[in-house]
Design a protein around this ligand. Sequence first.
Ligand SMILES: [Zn+2]
Length: 162
Amino acid sequence: MRALTETDIRGSFVNASRKEIADLALPLDFAETDWASRDFYGWRDRKAPMRGAVVVELGDRLVGVSLRRADAKPRTRAQCSWCQDVELTREVVFYAAKRAGDAGRRGDTVGTLVCADFGCPANVRRNPSVAYVGFDVEAARGARIEGLAERVRGFAASVLGE
Ligand SMILES: [Zn+2]
């Protein structure tokens, strides 16, 4: 994705109040972000651990979504619905996002099961284990990267009600 500034990020939210956006703490290593190897920017708020946020490009629009971690615990060995990583030691949790606009004000949310640390972009870029002779590692990796981008964009679109 393209490199974002803090202003881009704070200006992108579609489902958060001005106060929520102002209160959001960006990661301390924000300045060192490797944007080229990301499909979205996601983080857990270090000052409010139950809160998280993701920012993704939807066409030429930047969409930021504020998330709240749900109390419900997923079953053990749950799989992240975004990166679908098979590494079972990873912590996967439920996050809920208020829908944008009137739907959100009425209390509508969109839920998703995601890696707790939003490490999905790194997960899909790891080389997959070779499944069989002649297995195309690069193609498999490319398909996982494209799949992740598509699922996160789909999530942002459903928050927007599109
Ligand atoms: Zn993931």
